[in-house]
Design a protein around this ligand. Structure first.
Ligand SMILES: C[S@@+](CC[C@H](N)C(=O)[O-])C[C@H]1O[C@@H](n2cnc3c(N)ncnc32)[C@H](O)[C@@H]1O
Length: 520
């Protein structure tokens, strides 16, 4: 039996420690600019994340952007963990354990430029959805933006009954004594029994069986929060729009930048059809049918100021972007909604080189124009190709140089605390980049190497062998070993050899981490 405050929300097993760059102010601004909607202005922001889970995203954003960062999550364990990180990192984030209804009543909140909610809307009751809308109505500034992700239709229509059956089994056959992991396993096993008994649903509905089978490999904390809440309501885009209209919001853009590029989503035939649809609501809904959308990441704004073409181009040209992987790691292929897409080497090779030039220093799109003009790449092609690189997660929108410089000391302090905590805690796999105003994935061993670099006195970067020795000293001091392909390496030699191999990879990546302000 769950305590009262949960309102049917799974609280028995903690949520995963994910970081989501779609919630970063610079990313949201870039997505809005692409759609020709004036974003909240650059500079210190008032920012609120609703239902922050373990609080990785809100903490990283508070550490890497100027402004006042707020968040709430009613799970007190999660709020306590998120607060501990905020305190250790000194990022000044105001992290609460208010339920949404309590937050609505507060009168000590600023008007927010951004309100974000990732993985919330689908998993709460109608009543809480109304409360969220009321929070937005009361606390979002005019001109402010809301990021909201949700499970959507028609993508979920085939497998909604899988969730229904499993949840019903959990409610009826599960017991508190079993614990949630056992209840989940039993529910999946029950679904399989139904399938094995020849249920027509699993035979007749394409994808239903695969969905059920796929669940077996997923971690219990993901499954618990995705499938086993009392509330779970995938929603059509048009219905989400209707809800948010009551807070005076309009749909502005998708935060998934690949959605902005037609030729990776649509065949020529479907593109032609979409072009013919005038009504934006019908057009966006039709897109969801064409790609069979399962999950939307929408940005809504309150009071839309539309940019004309020259204004839009000027804003995009001022936008900065940085690679987040090494140039040689960017594949010239993309798995997209239309299938595998080859990226033209004539455009992408020089663009990636230009982004990597000068030790990966972030660049405005405007800076790229004269570099790429001699290769016959025009500004529109640059905008499209950069959008694709960001959408495919090879690059990320950066904040302005002034904001990056202002955010650097706080981000460094936060990262130092994170590295200290990373000795004992392995969950947070991301660090704060003041350049991006967002997080950058940094795997655990790379965090160890950064800790070794932080400890050393001399200015010279140590070689792989020295880094491996330093990391091994940290690991032995806390009784840890390297795990390779699921196997724990036992001997010191094996551990050091593996660490040295990883240190080489790290040293290749170091200039990138330095350019992003994650390493000094
Ligand atoms: C699926 S998780 C998503 C967490 C986080 N945004 C992420 O994506 O990693 C949903 C979160 O919403 C919180 N939550 C659900 N209902 C809430 C409510 N009424 N008030 C505050 N938080 C709530 C839960 O505790 C949980 O951490």
């Amino acid at each position: 039996v769950q305590p009262d405050w949960t309102a049917g929300y799974v609280a028995e097993i903690d949520y995963t420690y994910g970081y989501y760059r779609e919630l970063a102010p610079a990313h949201l601004r870039f997505a809005l600019a692409l759609r020709g909607v004036a974003p909240p202005s650059s500079g210190p922001v008032n920012y609120l994340e609703l239902g922050f889970g373990q609080g990785v995203s809100v903490n990283i954003h508070a550490a890497s952007n100027r402004g006042s960062f707020w968040g709430t999550d009613f799970n007190p364990n999660q709020a306590a963990g998120a607060r501990a990180l905020a305190k250790a990192g000194g990022n000044g984030a105001n992290l609460l354990d208010d339920g949404f209804a309590e937050l609505l009543e507060r009168d000590d909140l600023p008007k927010f430029d951004f309100i974000t909610l990732h993985g919330i809307w689908t998993w709460v009751s109608d009543k809480h959805r109304d409360t969220i809308v009321a929070i937005i109505r009361k606390h979002l500034a005019v001109g402010g933006a809301v990021y909201m992700s949700y499970n959507t239709l028609p993508g979920w229509s085939a497998s909604m009954p899988v969730r229904h059956l499993m949840k019903l089994h959990e409610d009826i056959a599960g017991s508190a004594e079993q614990g949630i992991q056992k209840r989940i396993q039993a529910a999946i096993a029950f679904g399989e029994q139904v399938d094995n008994a020849g249920a027509a649903y699993f035979r007749q509905v394409p994808g239903a069986r695969d969905r059920l089978k796929g669940l077996k490999d997923k971690p219990a904390n993901y499954l618990a929060h995705e499938y086993f809440n009392a509330d779970w309501k995938p929603m059509y885009f048009a219905d989400a729009v209707r809800h948010l209209e009551t807070a005076k919001l309009s749909f502005a853009a998708s935060s998934n930048l690949l959605d902005h590029i037609d030729n990776v989503n649509f065949s020529e035939q479907s593109r032609q059809m979409l072009v013919g649809i005038q009504n934006p609501l019908l057009r966006e809904s039709t897109r969801d049918f064409i790609v069979n959308q399962v999950f939307r990441r929408d940005i809504f704004t309150r009071g839309q100021r539309l940019l004309n073409m020259p204004e839009r181009t000027a804003l995009l040209m001022q936008s900065r972007v940085a690679l987040t992987v090494l140039a040689n790691e960017v594949p010239l292929k993309l798995n997209a909604a239309v299938g595998e897409v080859n990226l033209s080497p004539a455009v992408y090779t020089p663009l990636i080189e230009a982004l990597a030039a000068d030790n990966y220093r972030p660049k405005t799109l405007g800076e790229l124009v004269p570099v790429l003009a001699p290769k016959n790449i025009n500004p529109l092609q640059i905008i499209q190709a950069v959008t694709l690189l960001v959408g495919a997660n090879h690059a990320t929108a950066a904040q302005s140089a002034e904001e990056a410089a202002a955010a650097a000391p706080a981000a460094q302090q936060f990262n130092a605390a994170l590295l200290k905590m990373a000795r004992e805690h392995t969950e947070v796999m991301c660090m704060a980049s003041p350049v991006l105003g967002a997080g950058v994935p940094v795997p655990r061993l790379q965090q160890m190497f950064l800790a070794v670099l932080g400890e050393q006195k001399s200015k010279k970067t140590p070689d792989a062998a020295a880094l491996a020795k330093g990391a091994w000293a940290i690991m032995t001091s806390i009784g840890q070993r390297v795990v390779k392909d699921g196997k724990t390496l036992q001997s010191e030699d094996e551990n050091i050899a593996q660490l040295a191999a990883d240190a080489k990879i790290f040293l290749d990546r170091l200039p990138l981490l330095q350019a992003l302000g994650v390493a000094s």
